[in-house]
Design a protein around this ligand. Structure first.
Ligand code: G1P
Length: 288
């Protein structure tokens, strides 16, 4: 069954980007001329998803405003002959649906995702953490395929140096990786101490989950850091159902901190058909 909905948790305060995030939510920071959130939505649409559920916070009204039509702006653009730009704005949410739900208390990623349950309904769904940007929809599309083929949940993982594992959720592989990078998973652990990590394959920000994940999410009790951890709900799923990870080593940009955001902007800018050539020649001429 094709996954139709993607849950995008976007309720965080963005403290690593203060003071910039005092007024502008980090999900709306531009990558080229698009908000980072819209880049993630394009990735979802490219994988066949047509309903985006954003878990936001009432202290960030600009996130919801981004999806509201602005007739006065459209008229002003048309009057100036900027029809292409007007068309891009009109296309926001036209062939796909956006729902905004609110997380009133920050109780962790598991809680944030759980806020989307009634909006998504009883069907498989994707979770996309917007702090990570993938260069294309290929990974999510592959994960959808593995979910359909195995009937179980699928997460994306990357291989990191051992000393980095405690910053992530870590999988315990149940067997070898297939030629196309699919790994059966026995167990998962959120941010383990290095010497307790079952592998150095860490969860990156893409998940395709079967509908029974909702009950595990609702049943969560506080885990690592006193938060309701999505990883703990997946652990419960992996204990009784097929559960797989897909290795994604390329095209992943961590925009969750200022340096990562800057480097992602440059790498994605170089791939942008309109900005790439100009940025490339600017970088080549830098005396560094
Ligand atoms: C979350 C997840 C963690 C995952 C990480 C990926 O952690 O809880 O399992 O590895 O995202 O970015 P956070 O970075 O929100 O603390």
């Amino acid at each position: 069954m094709q996954v139709r909905s993607a849950v995008i948790p976007a309720a965080g305060l963005g403290t690593r980007f203060l003071p910039a995030t005092k007024v502008v939510p980090k999900e709306l920071f531009p990558i080229g001329d698009q908000p980072a959130l819209h880049v993630v939505i394009d990735e979802a649409l490219g994988a066949g998803i047509d309903h985006v559920v954003i878990v936001s916070s009432r202290s960030k009204p600009a996130v919801a405003e981004y999806f509201e039509p602005d007739e006065a702006l459209l008229e002003a653009l048309e009057a100036k002959g900027k029809t292409d730009t007007a068309e891009r704005l009109r296309a926001i949410g036209r062939d796909w649906r956006v729902s905004i739900v609110y997380q009133d208390n920050p109780k962790g990623l598991g809680h944030a995702v759980g806020c989307a349950r009634s909006t998504v309904g009883d069907e498989p769904f994707a979770v996309m953490l917007p702090d990570e940007i993938m260069g294309s929809s290929g990974l999510l599309a592959q994960m959808n395929g593995v979910c359909a083929a195995t009937g179980g949940s699928v997460i994306a993982v990357a291989e990191v140096p051992r000393h980095q594992v405690s910053s992530y959720g870590v999988i315990d592989p149940a067997g070898p990786m297939s030629d196309d990078g699919v790994i059966p998973v026995r167990d998962l652990v959120e941010k383990p101490p290095i010497d307790e990590a079952p592998s150095n394959f860490v969860i990156t920000g893409r998940y395709v989950l079967t509908a029974d994940a909702w009950d595990e999410i609702d049943a969560l009790t506080p885990g690592r850091g006193g938060e309701l951890q999505l990883t703990d709900a997946l652990c419960a799923q992996a204990a009784r159902s097929p559960f797989h990870a897909v290795l994604s080593d390329s095209g992943r940009y961590d925009t969750g901190n200022p340096l990562g955001f800057l480097t992602a902007s440059i790498e994605l800018g170089l791939m942008n058909p309109e900005l790439g050539d100009g940025l490339r020649s600017f970088l080549r001429n830098l005396d560094i």
